[in-house]
Design a binder for this molecule. Structure first.
Ligand code: B12
Ligand code: SF4
Length: 433
């Protein structure tokens, strides 16, 4: 079959992100013997117009659309991407008769609503590598059932890696400052607001460290040396994180890298090894720094753990960012003040603070809301701070120049970010604050 994969995402904040999921399924379709093409909307000014022209020139038997994001989770000034996805879908319908398959993390969170809103023939939730070629085979054999099917959690031990043909790697490397790599899937933890255990499963599925190192080497041979490990938490379980670090060190890969980390470190040696392997910064999923607020989110660390992790980072010269959620369940101005002042004491390079919790249907937090949770985002904000949250934060953080608040556009200057990338800055831009 002639297959087209459309990667619809065009979000540029904090960086344009290479569409790893779309690349995985394109590779899977190619491996199954199908002629696979890519339409990537990311850097296009007029993606719908370009798509129309593209589809008029090329005929496809099946079109897959990858929906990574639903919205930007940025209260109060949020963006919901559904109207744009509708435009893409309408363009596909106008210019092609091919049936459409939807997939991606955004789709997997709201499959029924996306199917209804976009009117696709098929949808696949979860992993696409096996389910997508399976569906193509069923369509070829005329036994495919319309509607949503689940891509059951596949084994990824030695699944290999996508070669990402058809994407503008150079542009992604310039403007996102890295190439992204996934080392495992799953999160066994249970934070009350988080979709990751639902999206990737609660059971860890690990790639082999040598397969990961082979992927790094593949890119190194193409002059790419900065990486982002997209795992939900790179250091949990820490033992697997160590195996990857050792592989990077033993094979002398000589890279720079970053990723998401739980702010809890077993021992000093781990941070030392991280630095030795080329890790330049850790993005801590801290959320809060008041004991009760942390407990409320069911995090697996204490405030003391975070202080210790921060101290070790300073000792080994590794930069770190705290990602925080301000205004969640039980939050008061007092708990928020504790979180902010504790964060300040740790001297992070930067802090990214989200306001309120974007609630998802599959999470424990959804039971706290009576409103319907849909694609247009619903944010939970504690009753104790609802009234004065924005003026209070504006005053409290007015001199915190290294704090970014996506929902207030504080610290976000996309033109400056693009200029920095043009000048060759690599890694997360917050590292340079
Ligand atoms: C790593 C990550 C980031 C990193 C990315 C770094 C990098 N250089 O890659 C950073 C920090 C930059 C980031 C930023 C943001 N992120 Co983010 N991110 C993730 C995370 C943890 C992993 C994404 C990933 O690479 N997965 C690995 C790939 C292989 O998996 P996948 O994309 O899901 O693809 C599989 C399936 O979905 C499926 N599939 C994919 N496409 C298709 C298509 C078809 C047709 C089919 C059949 C199947 C299919 O098959 C694939 C292989 O199995 C996810 C959460 C998660 N666990 O998924 C959030 C997630 C994608 N992010 C999310 C959001 C919101 C954002 C931001 C908007 C937040 C913000 N305001 O800053 C920005 C947007 C950035 C952008 N430009 O788009 C949300 C999206 C949901 C939503 N509410 O919209 C997620 C799901 C987290 C969440 N809150 O639940 N993110
Ligand atoms: S917030 Fe992080 S540690 Fe908690 S469930 Fe989500 S991915 Fe796992």
């Amino acid at each position: 079959m002639r297959i087209l994969i459309i990667s619809a995402n065009r979000e540029m904040n904090p960086d344009p992100v290479f569409p790893l999921g779309a690349a995985y399924i394109a590779q899977a379709a190619e491996n199954a013997g199908h002629e696979t093409h890519i339409f990537d909307a990311c850097f296009r000014e007029q993606p719908a117009d370009d798509l129309q022209i593209f589809l008029k020139k090329n005929r496809y038997d099946l079109i897959g659309i990858s929906l990574r994001n639903v919205d930007d989770v940025a209260f109060p000034q949020y963006t919901c991407y559904l109207p744009y996805y509708r435009e893409i879908m309408q363009t596909v319908r106008k210019a092609s008769n091919a049936p459409v398959v939807l997939g991606g993390s955004g789709f997997s969170i709201f499959p029924e609503i996306f199917m209804r809103e976009l009117g696709a023939e098929y949808g696949i939730t979860g992993d696409g590598e096996r389910a997508f070629p399976g569906l193509i085979a069923d369509i070829e054999n005329r036994r495919a059932k319309k509607g949503i099917c689940s891509g059951a959690d596949i084994e990824i031990t030695d699944s290999g890696f996508p070669l990402r043909r058809g994407f503008d790697i150079e542009k992604y490397y310039t403007f996102s400052g890295c190439i992204n790599i996934q080392t495992k899937r799953g999160c066994a933890l249970d934070c009350t607001y988080c979709t990751y255990p639902f999206l990737e499963g609660k059971k860890y599925r690990f790639r082999s460290p040598s397969d990961i190192a082979d992927e790094i080497l593949y890119w190194k041979e193409r002059d790419i040396s900065h990486f982002f490990f997209v795992d939900s938490t790179f250091n949990f379980p820490e033992k697997f994180g160590r195996e990857i670090i050792r592989e990077i060190i033993n094979r002398k890969l000589d890279i720079k890298w970053t990723g998401y980390f739980v702010p809890k470190v077993e021992d000093d040696d781990f941070i030392r090894l991280l630095a030795e392997s080329g890790c330049t910064s850790l993005d801590f999923g801290t959320d809060a720094l008041h004991p009760e607020t942390i407990r409320g989110y069911k995090k697996n660390f204490s405030v003391d753990d975070v202080f210790r992790a921060a101290e070790l980072c300073h000792t080994h010269n590794i930069k770190f960012n705290h990602s925080l959620i301000l205004g969640g369940p039980g939050e008061t101005f007092e708990t928020m003040e504790t979180t902010i002042s504790n964060a300040e004491k740790m001297k992070p390079v930067s802090v990214i603070a989200f306001l309120g919790v974007r609630v998802y249907p599959q999470t424990a937090m959804s039971s706290l809301l009576s409103a319907e949770i849909g694609i247009d985002p619903v944010f939970y904000i504690s009753e104790h701070v609802k009234q004065n949250l924005l003026p209070w934060l504006a005053e409290r953080l007015k001199r915190n120049y290294n704090w970014m608040i996506p929902g207030l556009k504080k610290g976000i200057d996309l033109r400056l970010f693009a200029k920095m990338r043009n000048k060759g800055y690599k890694g997360p831009l917050w590292e340079y604050l």
